[in-house]
Design a protein around this ligand. Structure first.
Ligand code: ADE
Length: 261
């Protein structure tokens, strides 16, 4: 049986990451709730709701719970940036999450470290079909749109080379990782970890609890080390926001039906 996206929730943590998406919406209407603006409308043929989550796990969880309960979204896609913790993964690459974990969850000795109490799990898998499609949109964007959408001088500034799309584990916590030592600790705790950010696993937990299919895609903005804050905002403006726009455009252009389960 095929799955239809009856209403897509599109969430990101920073304003610049949704730049252009709201402008591209047809019949856009905005409703404010809990210090968030939820904009509903049609995005390249798909009924969608765009919202900025703000930063951190609590902010993301509150936003996504509202999207599900009040705006009745059927699927959620989270776009944004992340720090790389795997040496193969470089600034300008994309990581699409197969699963997500909260690296700062620690209810020991009551529950195993990293396990979310009462859910009995530390890792939350993203929806395979949504993730397959998002990964395809990301690869096609890098192959076909990058040169047009990110000007040469911006690609040079951030030494983008030939960016690649990866798939794997993303970990989230309420901490900006900007030290090699901290990064190593996380890598030891989660050996297959590709990237860190501050919202994805909270989105994953809420979607798991409500039974809503979700996917998380991140552009690598830094290498989660001492150089991380350098040019961070400029990267979001010049690179990540263009990635998010181009990938969501391709993703929506594929239609509202996901492949059979
Ligand atoms: N988002 C982007 N880079 C990050 C980092 N280094 N740590 C946490 N979240 C991030």
């Amino acid at each position: 049986m095929s799955q239809q996206i009856t209403r897509l929730g599109l969430v990101s943590a920073l304003h610049q990451e949704q730049a252009g998406l709201i402008d591209a919406m047809q019949d856009a209407q905005t409703v404010s709730r809990g210090m968030r603006d939820y904009t509903t409308g049609k995005l390249w043929g798909i009924d969608a709701v765009c919202v900025l989550s703000r930063i951190g796990k609590v902010a993301a969880a509150a936003t996504v719970a509202t999207l599900i309960e009040r705006f009745q979204v059927s699927h959620i896609v989270f776009t944004g940036v992340a720090g790389a913790v795997e040496s193969d993964v470089q600034v300008g690459d994309i990581v699409v999450a197969d699963s997500l974990a909260q690296y700062d969850m620690d209810a020991t000795p009551l529950f195993p470290r990293y396990e979310v109490p009462l859910l009995g799990q530390s890792h939350f898998g993203s929806d395979k079909h949504l993730t397959d499609r998002l990964a395809k949109a990301a690869s096609e964007f890098l192959e076909q749109d990058l040169d047009d959408m990110v000007p040469g001088h911006d690609r040079d500034t951030f030494r983008l080379g030939s960016p690649r799309a990866f798939r794997g584990l993303i970990a989230s916590g309420d901490e900006f990782i900007d030290s090699q030592a901290r990064q190593l600790e996380l890598k030891q705790a989660f050996p297959s970890l590709l990237a860190v950010e501050m919202e994805g696993a909270a989105v994953a937990q809420v979607c798991f609890e409500f039974g809503v299919p979700f996917s998380v895609i991140r552009t690598i903005s830094d290498s989660a080390n001492e150089a991380s804050p350098h040019d961070f905002m400029q990267f979001i403006e010049s690179v990540a926001s263009r990635y998010a726009f181009g990938i969501v455009k391709r993703f929506c252009g594929m239609g509202d039906i996901l492949p059979p389960a």
